[in-house]
Structure formats: C-alpha cells, structure tokens
Design a protein around this ligand. Structure first.
Ligand SMILES: [Zn+2]
Length: 243
C-alpha cells in the first residue's frame, strides 16, 4: 500500500508541475485557437460570397444567351408569317412571338437582379479582406508569443510527460481512475498530505486518530470533507527526495 500511495503522490507532483507550466502560458493557447477559428469562419464566408457572385454571373450569362436565341426565334417567326397560307398558322406564330417577348421581358428584369446580387456579393467579399488581415496579424503576434513560451518550457514539459508515462505504467488501473476522478473534480489536486493535522487540500482538521492511522500507510484514506486522497506528512516528506 505504501508504494501505491507513493506512486500516486509522485503522479500528483508531476501533474501539478505540468499544470504550473500550463498556467504560465495563460490565455494564449485559447486566444490563438479562437483567432484560428475566426479566420476559418471569415474565409468560409468570403468563399461563399465569391461563389454566389460567380454563380449569379453564370446565371446572368445563361439568361443573356437565352434572350439572344429568343430574339432570333422572333425574327424567324416574323419571316415565317409572310410565308404562311392560313390565318390559323399566322395566329399560331403570333402567339409564339408574344410568348417569346414575355419571356424576354422577364429575363431582362432578372438580369438586373442577378447583376446586383453578383456585385453585392463581390463587394461584401472584398470588405472581409481588411478584417482578415487584422485577424491574421493578431494571430501571427499571439502565435509567436505562444511559440516562444512553448519553446521556453519544451524541455521541461517533455521531461514531465516522460516521467508521467513511466509512473502510469506502475500504478494500478483502479488507482489511476480514482486519482483522475478526484483530480478532475477538485481543480487538479487529488493527492494531498496532512499538514499540522489538517488536510492539505481543504484545510479541514484531521482527527489525531486518523493521523495516526495515516502514518501506517496501511490503506487508502480520503479527506472526510473534500474527498482527496490523504498521505501522511512523513511519506510526503521522504518521497520528495526519492521521487
Ligand atoms: Zn480535504
């Protein structure tokens, strides 16, 4: 049992050191992530607007060609009207001409709308440019800052990760699970030692009987108030040199 406790305490020390390092980075990682997300969003918006502009111009060109071919048809119908033999045929051609005219009117109206849509979308896409530049500059600055902080602590982080891996393989799975659960619930601190008869996590008084019990390192004990795993001051003390 004593060894189990020592290992958990060692794990806590590694994790706490790691947490301290992360704290030095402050909000930087979050800020960098936020900026990256915003840039992605703006890029997507810009692309959507450009697609809208492109698609509107394609539709405009299609309407344009349709108008041209309708006009050709009308000319053809008009020529045919001179050659027909009956009123019925003549009227049928007139109806075709009317229909084509109506269609041309409708398409012409649509042309303006499509052009307006395209130029609005293009304008909006263009306006995103300066905002993107601003975000990119900010990302560059914050990213450089973060890279610098990361580099400063790279070696230490690597060392801690390594130590953690080595410890984890030596600890029982159920102990790790318990440790992780408490750590998550208690702001990172799962294993504490009793200091002057008080829990090192919540400072609740630990009764003398329990302090004595704790010194035996015979079983896993948790704080009655905060639920953190308790180790005796002695164990904490002589583990500080060995682990
Ligand atoms: Zn406590």
């Amino acid at each position: 049992m004593e060894n189990r406790l020592r290992l958990l305490l060692a794990l806590q020390r590694v994790d706490s050191n790691f947490d301290d390092l992360q704290e030095l980075k402050g909000d930087l990682p979050g800020i960098v992530r936020g900026l990256q997300d915003k840039i992605k969003e703006q890029e997507k918006l810009k692309k959507d607007l450009e697609d809208t502009a492109k698609q509107s111009l394609v539709s405009r060109d299609e309407a344009d060609s349709e108008i041209i071919s309708l006009k050709e048809k009308i000319e053809k119908y008009k020529t045919q009207q001179f050659e027909v033999k009956s009123n019925k045929q003549y009227d049928a051609l007139s109806r075709e001409i009317d229909y084509s005219q109506e269609r041309i009117t409708k398409l012409t109206k649509g042309l303006e709308q499509l052009e307006g849509k395209a130029s609005n979308a293009k304008e909006d896409a263009k306006n995103i440019g300066p905002e993107m530049e601003r975000l990119k500059t900010e990302l560059k600055e914050k990213g450089d800052e973060l890279a610098l902080v990361n580099k400063e602590h790279e070696e230490e982080e690597l060392k801690l990760r390594h130590e953690r891996e080595k410890l984890v393989v030596r600890i029982q799975k159920s102990d790790i699970q318990m440790y992780e659960r408490i750590r998550k619930a208690k702001g990172g601190l799962a294993v504490v030692h009793v200091k002057r008869s008080a829990c090192g996590g919540c400072y609740n008084r630990v009764p003398p009987q329990r302090v004595l019990e704790l010194r035996k390192n015979a079983h896993m004990m948790t704080c009655e108030r905060c639920g953190r795993i308790l180790v005796s001051e002695d164990l904490a003390h002589d583990s500080s040199e060995t682990v």
